[in-house]
Design a protein around this ligand. Structure first.
Ligand code: SF4
Length: 217
């Protein structure tokens, strides 16, 4: 929790941590488990990113999670370890999750695309499209009650729009076909680079808590 506390303390915000108990492409239609889908992704060559990756980063967490976080693309550390949200941004995300009394084991985390773009550039449209079936199948299999989109790339990909994140935050969207509520949150890597956004992050955390409460998450 230290990184997040430090983050808010720097701007004089007294952190109040909400506490409650929590008890916790080509895909065959017959693909019915995340593990078999992960195997398919691990050998995927649907776009050029397979040429430069060290590992695919499929996603991890509770396969029956009520809350699904979706980021944009693996970075250097994720590519090295084959896991989503490791490194400093991952640590900040873990602390954000902890602040609403959840752990990484309670949620599922995936990315819009499963291979690292060279030099951490934004994924290109053709790569996002090539990888889209995998993400859609993950959503179908996990059946989350709420989806949290981390950053503009994930937000625009899932919502099918092209808007700055400032216009998307503190709003609730319904994702077709099952009308799963989705909200937008700043990407942790962006937060680490943009200390001026701290006040907004605090507001977004409060909004996030209210939506999770509304959907009994
Ligand atoms: Fe396949 Fe997705 Fe990796 Fe492209 S990014 S090679 S579509 S798994």
């Amino acid at each position: 929790m230290q990184e997040l506390k430090h983050y808010f303390n720097e701007m004089g915000i007294e952190t109040f941590w909400y506490k409650k108990s929590y008890n916790k492409n080509t895909i065959e239609q017959s693909e019915t488990s995340l593990s078999s889908l992960k195997n398919i992704v691990s050998v995927c060559k649907n776009c050029d990113l397979h040429k430069t990756r060290n590992n695919t980063v499929f996603g991890e967490g509770n396969e029956s999670a009520k809350i699904l976080f979706i980021g944009e693309a693996p970075g250097k550390d994720e590519d090295k370890e084959g896991k989503p949200f490791v490194g400093r941004a991952g640590k900040l995300l873990t602390e954000i999750i902890s602040s609403i009394d959840l752990t990484r084991r309670d949620i599922y985390i995936a990315n819009t695309i499963k291979c690292r773009p060279p030099n951490n550039r934004n994924p290109e449209e053709i790569e996002i499209k090539a990888c889209s079936n995998f993400l859609e199948k993950q959503i179908e299999l996990i059946k989350p009650k709420v989806i949290i989109l981390l950053g503009k790339v994930a937000a625009n990909r899932i919502l099918g729009i092209d808007q700055p994140i400032g216009e998307l935050r503190k709003k609730k969207f319904l994702i077709k076909p099952n009308n799963i509520p989705a909200i937008i949150f700043y990407h942790p890597a962006y937060l680490l680079r943009s200390p001026k956004e701290k006040k907004k992050v605090w507001e977004d955390l409060l909004f996030l808590k209210s939506v999770l409460k509304e959907y009994d998450c």
